[in-house]
Design a protein around this ligand. Structure first.
Ligand code: FRU
Length: 430
């Protein structure tokens, strides 16, 4: 077996990205209605995830659907466009619960303030601890936007529920998982705009080990990368790599848990080379997550139009890669281009932070919707979202994906029995 450490990352090439096109109906989010409902008037709500197993499946707890969301108080940020765009420095993880997966009640903060090592809580994953009745692990990103610190971290607690609702205890302390080391992933001294966040732990069914995906950047000094044929791919005749391509350095990071999952010890991880890099293509691949389906390994990640480099273009949305040879690749872009679901060009910033679950349900939040009749790229007025988008479903068919279903705003699906039937064992770390 090739050691996971010896591997070279798969590349999302410039030639692949040239195949990205908005508005293909199989890879485009539906246009959201101007009168979309708002789940929570008091809070801005954005990145969201359902309670899930470490094997990925969404589950309920005692008949309740549960989700975490990044939220900020509208009263604190301002209940207007400026407040929405300022929300990141006020972000905390809130939780919601629901009987039907559609109508949500806000339950409050998930983490106690004593758990906060830094002012802000950014994205991650809420996971039922395998082998326990009600222990939960909230993997998240501990962030200080003033000092440019961003550390994947975890806090643990317990979940309780009765006929009236859901509540938690614990979540009082935080353990830092790992940091950007400048060797496997860029750190702040190499790249002042470095990304290092959004932990997504899971079990690799092939080896029973616990791994964690996260958003990173290729190590090296920002702007000094040389884009070779390896990153460019098979370019059309006469195509010249665009100016600024060397600023695109996104990486889908991975680490392996070395300390004990069974003991809830998440303090020691082995940093591994990225699974996929986007050198020359894009500077951000956020919230990466994995789905094992029909013997293939799918990785999904969200990215922005604004983070493409070298003159490349693509919509805000979710992108993906597939491997036929297990977790460590090699990966090729889904749908040839990498685009899985992008925003329509008539509403280019309508949704973001898509999360694909193992059943193919895709959940996201509403960002901004241009007012009808205005230029969608530069709208005179737009409606701010700050709430959840309609959940859609995609079919994963080998190395292609297809939009197949549109459901309710913020709807979450859980199939506990199906989840029970797919539980591989965790083997102790070696
Ligand atoms: C995606 C994202 C995440 C980050 C969070 C901060 O929408 O940028 O990468 O954790 O939002 O709000």
């Amino acid at each position: 077996m090739v050691s996971s450490n010896a591997r070279i990352p798969s590349v999302w090439t410039i030639a692949d990205a040239l195949k990205v096109h908005a508005d293909d109906p199989t890879t485009t989010m539906p246009v959201i209605a101007q009168d979309f409902p708002v789940i929570d008037d008091a809070l801005w709500q954005w990145d969201t995830g359902a309670l899930r197993r470490i094997t990925g499946e969404t589950v309920t707890f005692k008949g309740w659907y549960v989700m975490w969301s990044l939220v900020a108080e509208r009263a604190q940020t301002g209940d207007d466009a400026a407040g929405w765009h300022n929300r990141n420095a006020f972000a905390f993880i809130g939780y919601y619960y629901s009987r039907n997966g559609i109508d949500w009640t806000f339950g409050g903060r998930l983490l106690n303030k004593s758990a906060d090592l830094r002012p802000d809580e950014w994205s991650g994953s809420l996971i039922m601890r395998k082998g326990s009745e009600n222990v939960l692990d909230m993997f998240y990103t501990s962030v200080n936007t003033d000092t440019n610190q961003s550390v994947p971290s975890v806090s643990s607690g317990r979940i309780y529920a009765d006929d009236t609702g859901v509540w938690f205890d614990g979540f009082e302390t935080t353990t830092e998982m790992f940091s950007a080391d400048g060797l496997h992933y860029a750190n702040a001294s190499q790249d002042p705009y470095f990304d290092f966040r959004d932990p997504h732990p899971f079990i690799n069914p092939a080896d029973g080990q616990v791994y964690c995906l996260f958003e990173g950047n290729v190590p090296g000094m920002r702007g000094e990368f040389v884009i070779t044929d390896h990153e460019a791919g098979r370019l059309p005749p006469g195509y010249n790599v665009g100016e600024g391509a060397q600023y695109g350095a996104a990486a889908i990071g991975i680490a392996r848990l070395v300390s004990s999952y069974g003991k809830g010890d998440f303090s020691r991880w082995e940093m591994l080379p990225a699974l996929v890099t986007a050198l020359g293509v894009n500077d951000q691949t956020e919230r990466p997550h994995v789905v094992f389906h029909n013997g293939l390994t799918y990785i999904f990640t969200i990215s922005h139009h604004s983070t493409y480099t070298g003159g490349l273009e693509g919509p805000d949305g979710v992108y993906g890669f597939v491997s036929r040879h297990g977790l460590f690749g090699p990966y090729t872009p889904l749908n040839s281009s990498g685009l899985v679901l992008g925003n329509p060009s008539s509403a280019p910033y309508e949704t973001y932070s898509h999360f694909v679950d193992p059943m193919g349900y895709v959940q996201s939040f509403i960002d901004t919707l241009p007012a009808p009749g205005t230029d969608p790229q530069n709208p005179a007025t737009y409606r701010i979202g700050g709430t959840l988008a309609p959940t859609v479903r995609i079919a994963l068919v080998d190395d292609r994906t297809f939009l197949t279903e549109v459901h309710d705003y913020g709807q979450i699906f859980a199939f506990d029995e199906w989840a029970d039937s797919r539980q591989p064992d965790i083997r102790p770390a070696t």
